[in-house]
Ligand binder design. Structure first.
Ligand SMILES: Nc1ncnc2c1ncn2[C@@H]1O[C@H](COP(=O)(O)OP(=O)(O)OP(=O)(O)O)[C@@H](O)[C@H]1O
Length: 254
């Protein structure tokens, strides 16, 4: 379990997050939603240990995040940032292998198990065709899947993904969400994913966490979130809710 306990963030006198408390359970997929600038990336960065909270604590399985070494944190939690770093001259295989570093000893050669996890992550994210290419030569969508593969190779209990679908075409958006759903259901991961597409979120996620101006304005399951009044209160615009004829899910349109 991951506990976010009265977490607040202030930077340059600006309140990015008001005190926020909630928990992330294993075997659950959480969609983090809200307007541009509502604080989603800041929250996920704090949860990943990339931004130090002004107040409050984050606990992973009862251990305070601030007491984890970088390596111990990376054994528990993988984070995919919104702006992917430059992968330099790394090939796809080499980059995905970096995801194994928390499980390796200093200067140790990758083990057969490391290679197995890397190959599996490459297959799951459907990037086998480019495994020996330099990451810098890939398209935006291909690159996004390679970075996701690196996170999967990390074999963590928690996964924090900041807009992982942004560069993907609609087919890969669905493929990646199906894959994440599978990891949640079969491997018991707890996953937080920032999504702007409410209907994809409603189709694949279990719970919504909604931010508005740095405040937690709503947290709830799909039926309690896909309501006209709730979406109005989060986004300040009127939605019409339809029922998908095949899945019976609610679909929000403007
Ligand atoms: N280090 C910082 N110093 C000052 N302001 C910051 C800092 N980091 C973020 N902000 C501001 O905090 C607000 C929230 O930013 P954040 O990136 O968390 O929003 P977001 O919900 O992820 O937005 P988007 O959907 O556009 O990615 C924004 O107004 C941003 O400009």
């Amino acid at each position: 379990m991951m506990y976010i306990n009265k977490l607040s963030l202030i930077r340059q006198k600006k309140v990015l997050l008001q005190p926020i408390s909630f928990k992330i359970k294993p075997k659950k997929l959480y969609a983090l939603i809200g307007h541009n600038g509502s604080g989603k990336s800041s929250l996920i960065k704090a949860m990943a240990g990339e931004m130090t909270p002004t107040q409050g604590d984050i606990l992973i399985n009862e251990h305070n995040l601030k007491d984890f070494s970088a390596k111990a944190l990376a054994q528990n939690l993988a984070y995919l940032p919104q702006n992917l770093p430059d992968a330099g001259a790394f090939t796809v295989y080499e980059l995905v292998m970096l995801g194994r570093y928390p499980h390796q000893k200093w200067l140790q050669k990758p083990s057969a198990q490391d290679h197995e996890h890397v190959n599996k992550a490459i297959t799951l994210t459907q990037v086998e065709a480019f495994r020996d290419r330099q990451v810098s030569t890939l398209s935006g969508g291909e690159r996004a899947r390679v970075w996701l593969a690196m996170c999967l190779a990390q074999q963590t209990e928690f996964l924090l993904l900041d807009e992982p679908l942004a560069a993907l075409d609609v087919v890969y958006q669905v493929e990646v969400l199906k894959l994440i759903r599978q990891l949640v259901d079969q491997r018991g991961l707890g996953v937080v994913i920032i999504l702007h597409d409410l209907n994809l979120a409603a189709r694949f996620c279990d719970e919504f966490i909604a931010l508005k101006q740095g405040q937690l304005c709503h947290m709830g399951d799909v039926p309690s979130t896909m309501q006209k009044e709730v979406l109005q209160s989060i986004f300040g615009v009127d939605f019409t809710l339809l029922t998908h004829p095949d899945t019976n899910h609610k679909v929000a349109v403007i």
